[in-house]
Structure formats: C-alpha cells, structure tokens
Design a protein around this ligand. Structure first.
Ligand code: GLN
Length: 275
C-alpha cells in the first residue's frame, strides 16, 4: 500500500494532491505542521520529512473515515472567535450565530443572560465577549461540556459563570433579561443522525430521543419563572419546527412571538417576550 502522503513532496504539491477538498487540505496541512496559513504560502517549496508525512497521512485518513475536521484539529471558529471542541460537545454551526446576534440586539445594558445547554460555550462566550457589561450564565448537564466551555471562556477572556444543571433544576430563583438555548432538537431516528459530522457528535446534544420538541417544551414551560418582566426567550430549532415552537410560546403566554431566518433562509430561531 502506498502512503497517503509521500515524504519529499513540497507543500505546494501537497495542497493539490491530497484527496480532500482544498480548504480541508489546507486546514490539515497547517495543523499537522504547526503552520499559519501565511507560512503555508511563504514556505510553499518546503519539503515534508518522513515523520511529517506520516503524521499528516494519519490525519487525512481520519478525515477520509468521516471524522469531523473540527474534532481532528480540536478547534472551530464561531462568531469570529476560536473555540476548542472535542467529541464531548456539538461543533458550533454558522447557523447558531443568528441566535447570538438576536440576543446581543435584545440584551439591555448590564443585562443578565442565561445560555441553556451551552456545550462548547459558543453562545455564552460569544455574547460575553461582545458585551463586557453583561452578566452571563451558562449551564449544561455534561461535566465534559462544562470543562470545554470553561476553557473557551478563559481563552477568549469572556466572563461567564457556569452551572451544572439539568435545564432549570440548579437555577434557583434567579431571573434573567434574556434566556437563549440551542437544545437537542433532532427527533429520534431522524436520518440526519447517521450522516456526516452528526455521526461523531454527542447524541445527547443533538437529539431528545423523542419527537425533537421535548427539550424545547421544557425550556418554554420553565422560562417565565426565570425571566424578568419584558425578558426574551430565544430558541434555536430544526428546519421544520418553527410553527410548533411558536405555538408552544403562544400557549405559554409569550408576546411578540416570531421566528427569524438563518443565512440559508430557513426559520431557525423562534422567540417571544414575557409580557
Ligand atoms: N444544527 C444541528 C444540525 O442539525 C443540530 C443541533 C441541535 O440539535 N441543537 O446539524
């Protein structure tokens, strides 16, 4: 069997010959050799050693076996910030930047924000980083997720308080001007769970193992007791759940109930305001 990556090839040749798409080739090359994107260009004639070729070949093989590129390199950019990620947390999606934008627009000066099911900390850390005046709390049930989220808050110098909590169970009597969540919302047995990156992500972050709405129902049910008057609840959900989530929000007495579209034009976030 020939090696996936031959020693003696130049960085320029390798970028053309690796079997992944050009962006992924570049990301793995930079990661394997510890180079910045700029060095990859300025050192384009540099040759790989045997050891470097073997290391890069192993990474390329993992990618060919389906492992998400963000887990291989241990990092993903979200809202312009680097986030550490690993198999214990969902990989932050560009779609989720929408809920961050909506939260930042609605959070009052010195507002209190709660991110429920924070995972890598993406929503909480992006908000706390953008709004130094805010008091941001993030909770998750998973200790592994909380460890990663804490590291992301520290590396991005974001001030976030973390709680280990099964939804509202450890929140006590606290109130917030804004509650945001990207909970598990994929229905049990949905075909997407056995495709692409999702196969490698924690199932507890993706699916409620039920109809896809059970975590959303728990959050909508409990939120009024933890929102300040006029406070907002913002929820990310699946491509076909907007109508159901709006109906749940209306039934729970929320006002200004509406949905917002992501970059692909899909209703991705729904929310409402406590009267
Ligand atoms: N947005 C993810 C996906 O469909 C799912 C995230 C979630 O369940 N919260 O790929």
């Amino acid at each position: 069997m020939t090696a996936l990556v031959e020693a003696g090839a130049s960085l320029r040749q390798l970028q053309l010959s690796l079997p992944l798409d050009p962006l992924e080739n570049r990301i793995l090359l930079c990661h394997a050799l510890g180079l910045s994107r700029v060095s990859l260009i300025t050192q384009s004639e540099r040759m790989l050693t045997q050891e470097e070729a073997a290391g890069l070949g192993a990474l390329v093989q993992r990618r060919l076996d389906g492992e998400p590129i963000a887990y291989i390199v241990g990092e993903r950019e979200f809202f312009g910030l680097p986030f550490r990620v690993g198999p214990g947390v969902l990989i932050p999606r560009p779609d989720t930047e929408l809920i961050v934008e909506l939260a930042l627009e609605r959070l009052p000066e010195k507002g209190r924000l709660l991110d429920m099911g924070t995972g890598s900390g993406a929503i909480a850390v992006a908000c706390a980083h953008a709004r130094r005046d805010a008091s941001v709390t993030a909770l998750d049930l998973s200790d592994e997720a909380l460890a990663i989220a804490r590291a992301n808050a520290a590396s991005n110098s974001a001030r976030v308080r973390f709680l280990r909590s099964d939804w509202f169970s450890a929140v006590g009597e606290e109130h917030f001007e804004l509650i945001a969540s990207n909970p598990p919302y994929i229905a049990a047995g949905d075909a997407h769970l056995s495709e692409g990156d999702l196969r490698f992500e924690p199932s507890g972050a993706l699916t409620d193992h039920a109809d896809g709405l059970s975590a959303l129902r728990i959050i909508i049910e409990g939120a009024p007791a933890h929102l300040a008057p006029g406070g907002w609840l913002l929820l990310e959900h699946g491509y076909d759940q907007a109508q159901a989530v709006r109906a749940l929000l209306q039934a729970r007495g929320f006002s200004e109930v509406q949905s917002w579209r992501d970059l692909a034009g899909i209703e991705r976030v729904s929310g409402g305001r406590l009267p």
